[in-house]
Design a protein around this ligand. Sequence first.
Ligand code: NAD
Ligand code: ZN
Ligand code: ZN
Length: 348
Amino acid sequence: MTKTMKAAVLHKIKDRLVIEDVAIPEPGHGDILIKVKACGVCHSDLHALEGDWSPLPNLPLIPGHEVAGHVAAIGPGVQGFQIGDAVGVPWMYSSCGACEFCLAGMETICKSGEATGYSKPGGYAEYMVASAAFVGKLPADADFFELAPILCAGVTTYRGLKRTGARPGQWVAVLGIGGLGHIAVQYARAMGLRVAAVDVADDKLALAKSLGAEVLVNGAQEDAVAAIQSKIGGAHAAVVTAVASKAFEQAILMLRPAGTVAYIGLPGGKSDEIRTSIAAITNWELSIRGSNVGTRADLHEALDFAANGLVRAKIRTAPLSQINAIFDEMRQGKIVGRVVLDLSQGAT
Ligand code: NAD
Ligand code: ZN
Ligand code: ZN
């Protein structure tokens, strides 16, 4: 094995990533080394390099948390893995396993958790180290490029939908039909929900329609709240994956009485605040819930949906060398579906 690998590295917040030769990491106790094949480009990676969130990521940073690859080496103390196993690495790199939240099956809100591609090096590289206890096992014959987005976009929207408590036959409004949103539409359909899709771009709405959304609303062209209230009488549930605070404000007002909205998007920075109507929430007994990626159990379930063909990311593959151009496209809202980096070709 060579001792160095290609990786895309962020040295300073707001800088462009630099493709560099860096040392292949060694797996420590409980870790596995993964030869990365595919890594999705999530909008959270863009937030990381823009410095939109607090705390800031650890620099220098190798981003990437939608990873699919094969086990290349196994650290001490790891059981249940063999060289060559197909694995996926999510955002949740690890949690402490001992706090009140971990013990309650709420490891997503462990205060000692580490984040792949944020506090720990991620998958914009030929190799990465992951904590064996937190990786997902993938079917050996899976399409790793289509499966990679399930590691974040998939598990996150699956959990978000569950946290709304929506039941089969009910309406869910999905606000933001990007990398996360187009997968949310598919989980919602697979869970028996009816989908109203809201975005500000017609090509995203066309994708939502092709995936089973029955109602399409372009919030840049019409009053999205009025449209949802008049077309379906308000949504029983909503999930917000948009990157604009306005959508978070609108989602509350799109609900039916007793409805629940799950906030998933994290616009951050100056867009981190909303204004809303206290009366609307109180009088109509609305619920607003946050939803942060997913537990390991959520991940296993989310991967099962994909393995059974119920959910399939619409992807475009690209080499690591194009990463800065991909972020430019993402800033402009031009990506339809998800871009997945192909690391099997090195960095070319
Ligand atoms: P993306 O760029 O692929 O998609 C964002 C979508 O929002 C685009 O389709 C865009 O057109 C749409 N949009 C923008 N303004 C809108 C508006 N006013 N109304 C409706 N839609 C609007 O991004 P992504 O990768 O899907 O990520 C979305 C957000 O989710 C990001 O903020 C990301 O950081 C966050 N995220 C959160 C979690 C979590 O655990 N909570 C996990 C992953 C990603
Ligand atoms: Zn993500
Ligand atoms: Zn914990």
